[in-house]
Design a protein around this ligand. Sequence first.
Ligand SMILES: Nc1nc2c(ncn2[C@@H]2O[C@H](COP(=O)(O)OP(=O)(O)OP(=O)(O)O)[C@@H](O)[C@H]2O)c(=O)[nH]1
Length: 302
Amino acid sequence: MGFVRDAIVKKGKGILLGEMAFAKGGGNINWFPGHMAAATKAIRSRLKVSDLVIEVRDARIPITSANQELQPMLAGKRRIIALNKKDLSNPNLMPKWIQYFESCKQDCLPLNAHSQSSVQKLLDLVEFKLKEKISREPTLLVMVVGVPNVGKSALINSVHRIASFRFPVQGKLKRATVGPLPGVTQDIAGYKIAQRPSIYVLDSPGVLVPSIADVETGLKLALAGSVKDSVVGEERIAEYLLAVLNTRGTPFHWKNLFSSESEDLQLDESSKPTYDLKNLLLKRSSKQKKKSDMVYIEVLSG
Ligand SMILES: Nc1nc2c(ncn2[C@@H]2O[C@H](COP(=O)(O)OP(=O)(O)OP(=O)(O)O)[C@@H](O)[C@H]2O)c(=O)[nH]1
């Protein structure tokens, strides 16, 4: 069933699904804050002793939001891939992604970390995957990993809250810090979600690969909020987003953004942006932009 992934991931000129085809290259993206190297090491050592791993990915970019460096280790573990933020993703694509992961014999679950019913489904799957261990081990560890900002901490808070109904805790419930920018969680922290056996869920800092080799991956991660905008370049991100929307024919009103009534922006006809890929390409080449900037526009418009 490799064709499903190929159709989803390659799709090139047709631009059908959530992941857009792009040429390799176009400049490396280097965003590897200090804490990530140490965190990656710590995650690897905790993974060794974990009974189950929940790898959280962004449902909008299920392949791009995988940390490739950790994949060999994760693939060797009992793993659930949680496709989080499904409320922000295209619902028509979710069945295709499920089909793809099923074809790889990999459990996956689209969810919304803020929805109790969604998180309950994840807990049911966790219980199912740990069934035989639950009857014989006194303590179990479930590790939650993923790139920054995919919703690991939000998910853990929901899991913890649901679990606390079954196993009331004394005092205030410990909460993981959730935030809209990447890099909020910087340490591994444990949350007890069950007794007999004791089950702990470990939150971990979001980690990326040290160097993102192609610009499209960086752009998608930036648009999804896993990489800071400034690392990839705000203008470049905006152009990419507009190009994606245009290429898909998304009916947005920004095409009329520069109307003749616009008072603040008095642009002459030749300098009005059209957000058409071919025009963008022409404008860029006349301005002698860097070659790396050209690649993603060329390929998208191809
Ligand atoms: N719409 C939506 N937003 C979500 C969902 N899950 C998390 N978020 C939001 O995504 C942002 C990041 O969530 P966090 O839980 O801090 O993400 P994280 O993976 O722990 O981030 P790092 O600490 O950078 O590793 C927050 O603004 C959350 O409220 C979801 O399922 N749907």
